[in-house]
Ligand binder design. Structure first.
Ligand SMILES: [Zn+2]
Ligand SMILES: [Zn+2]
Length: 574
């Protein structure tokens, strides 16, 4: 697996560097091969050893040219073309492609004409107003570049929760197997399932902290020890993040867990409340001011109960009203992590997905879904290899055949249909009426002014075939800000037109955000939670979408695809 990802990373780099040189088509082939490799479970070194280049060329989308490069990497640990390209273009120029709105053409010109070859230089030139000297660039482009650089910096600080969580769980398992450790828990923003996280906080329950720490710093994941003590050790992990491990004794585990889960704002509010009640709350417990007695500390439930409130799920601990709800015993019963009956937004290799329709369906069956929608891109999304009407028909025939082969799951035919700049959907009624699920998504014109964007969405929501709005603000975490529109008006119309909004679980999207979800629920809009999968592995993202819905206080009843098949059919399908 690791070697496949290594080669994929090099192919992405080659594609970027070729883009910067203005080479056409070849970058597309490299990116496609990279995606195939990322999702391929058998390691390339094994394949090359067993069958040579022939084995490699059996992979979809890999011809002789790219196949040879894979073989070279396996045998020599490098790829000549990549080494050559790196000599021609400084690494900093490639980094400039991470700046939102900076395409390869722009980056190449900034490098050639102004000799800008690093993010630092780019920032300095933009600040000094030196970029507007280039034809086609203006003051506005300089501002865009500075804004984009802010997003890039944020991305270096905070990583995507959906990427970090599986890794952190593995690390927690390793800590759990250190002798003497009775229990391990992820804390901090990771436990609250914030969309992005800055570091990994781990709590371990053990009596002898020193022994645990000695073993912890020897784990192969640890790059560097920053500080080491018997109760707290801080390290930098090889994967680039900081990690704090705290060892707590059983007597104070609950209070410690509350404290280290946060958020800071939530904790401050709890402490204030404790003071009002003549108590003091810290990481060691909840103490009575008069007697000094520790009233609650063994588990979290006790701490909240002693403060006169309901237990608050970690995903809600942001001090946005949850404490008041808990005092009134009105904490909603949040949607459970096992509540989803079907994924309604997924792609296959008919558009830009990595897997065949059948491979996706097989995985959906494995996940135990009752129903499953296949929603490839529509014809205007050319880059995503969107389907024209004729290909939609062919694809639906394949889905019909698969339905016969997999009677245990209800397959739903659909599409992620582009909402065009005038608000019309990318397919006409003739095609849409053949579909069970129509996802309406904006994939272009993100900078449309808010008023026009509102109109565009309102027009789309007049379409009787629309089931829900996909990734409703279009944000890409650390890459692209959400597009703007009159959100209240859109949600009110969604409610009255019975159009749901999506909570997109893709780690870089997590779109709607928690505040918007709460607003949608206030407006009585229904949610759908989907993975937007582009490979079989992506189907596991569902839990992140559920986490996001829980952060927005959603209950099972608020979510359409938490309905079992019969009820879903009645409520959602026409
Ligand atoms: Zn989309
Ligand atoms: Zn999609």
């Amino acid at each position: 697996m690791a070697i496949n990802k290594e080669i994929a990373a090099i192919f992405y780099a080659i594609a970027d560097l070729l883009d910067l040189q203005g080479v056409e088509w070849k970058p597309i082939a490299f990116r496609k091969a990279a995606r195939t490799l990322e999702n391929y479970s058998e390691p390339m070194d094994k394949i090359v050893k067993a069958k040579g280049i022939k084995g490699v060329m059996e992979l979809p989308g890999i011809g002789e040219g790219i196949g040879k490069k894979i073989v070279q990497y396996v045998e020599e640990g490098k790829i000549d073309e990549y080494e050559e390209l790196k000599k021609e273009i400084p690494a900093g120029v490639r980094l400039m492609l991470n700046v939102p709105g900076m395409g390869p053409k722009k980056a190449a010109r900034l490098y050639k004409e102004l000799k800008i070859d690093s993010l630092e230089k780019l920032e300095a030139f933009a600040k000094e107003g030196k970029i507007r000297a280039l034809s086609g660039f203006g003051e506005k482009s300089e501002q865009d570049i500075l804004m984009g650089l802010e997003l890039v910096k944020k991305g270096q600080e905070r990583k995507l929760m959906g990427i970090i969580l599986p890794y952190a769980r593995e690390l927690a398992k390793k800590i759990n197997s250190i002798p003497g450790v009775q229990r391990v828990e992820l804390a901090g923003s990771l436990r609250r399932r914030r969309e992005t996280v800055k570091d990994i906080d781990i709590l371990a329950l053990a009596k002898d902290g020193k022994k645990v720490m000695d073993a912890f710093v020897k784990l192969p994941d640890v790059e560097k020890v920053v500080s080491k003590g018997d109760t707290k050790t801080a390290v930098i992990l090889k994967m680039g993040l900081n990690c704090d491990l705290r060892v707590l004794s059983p007597e104070v585990y609950g209070a410690g867990l509350v404290h280290f889960t946060g958020s800071k704002e939530h904790n401050v509010a709890l402490r204030m409340l404790a003071i009002k009640k003549g108590m003091k709350l810290d990481e060691y417990g909840l103490f009575d001011n008069k007697s000094g007695k520790n009233l609650a500390c063994k588990n979290e439930e006790d701490v909240y109960a002693r403060l006169g409130m309901q237990y608050i799920p970690p995903e809600m601990r942001e001090n946005t009203g949850e404490i008041e709800l808990a005092q009134q015993k009105k904490i909603p019963e949040l949607i459970g992590y096992d509540a989803i009956h079907g994924d309604l937004h997924t792609h296959t290799n008919w558009s830009d997905g990595a897997n065949t329709t059948e491979e996706m369906v097989v995985r959906a069956v494995e996940l135990g879904y009752d129903y499953y929608a296949i929603t490839d891109h529509s014809k205007s999304d050319v880059i995503a290899n969107g389907l024209n009407e004729k290909r939609v028909k062919e694809h639906f025939k394949e889905i019909d055949a698969l339905q016969k082969k997999f009677p245990q799951i209800q397959l739903l035919k659909g599409a992620e249909v582009a909402i065009l700049s005038n608000g019309k959907l990318d397919y006409g009624a003739e095609t849409l009426k053949e579909m069970d699920i129509v996802v309406g998504s904006i994939h272009s014109g993100f900078k449309t002014p808010p008023k026009e964007m509102t109109k565009r969405l309102l027009t789309a929501m007049e379409n009787e075939y629309l089931t829900f709005l996909g990734h409703p603000t279009g944000r890409l975490l650390n890459q692209r800000n959400p597009y703007e529109y009159d959100i209240e008006k859109i949600l009110e119309t969604a409610a009255s037109n019975r159009i749901a909004v999506e909570v997109n679980a893709f780690p870089s999207r997590m779109d709607f955000d928690a505040d918007h979800i709460r607003l949608a629920l206030q407006k009585k809009v229904k949610l759908v939670i989907n993975t937007d999968s582009h490979s079989t592995q992506n189907l596991d993202f569902m839990e992140f979408g559920i986490a996001q819905a829980r952060r927005g206080w959603a209950k099972k009843e608020d979510v359409l695809n938490a309905l079992p098949w019969k009820a879903f059919q009645r409520e959602v399908l026409r």
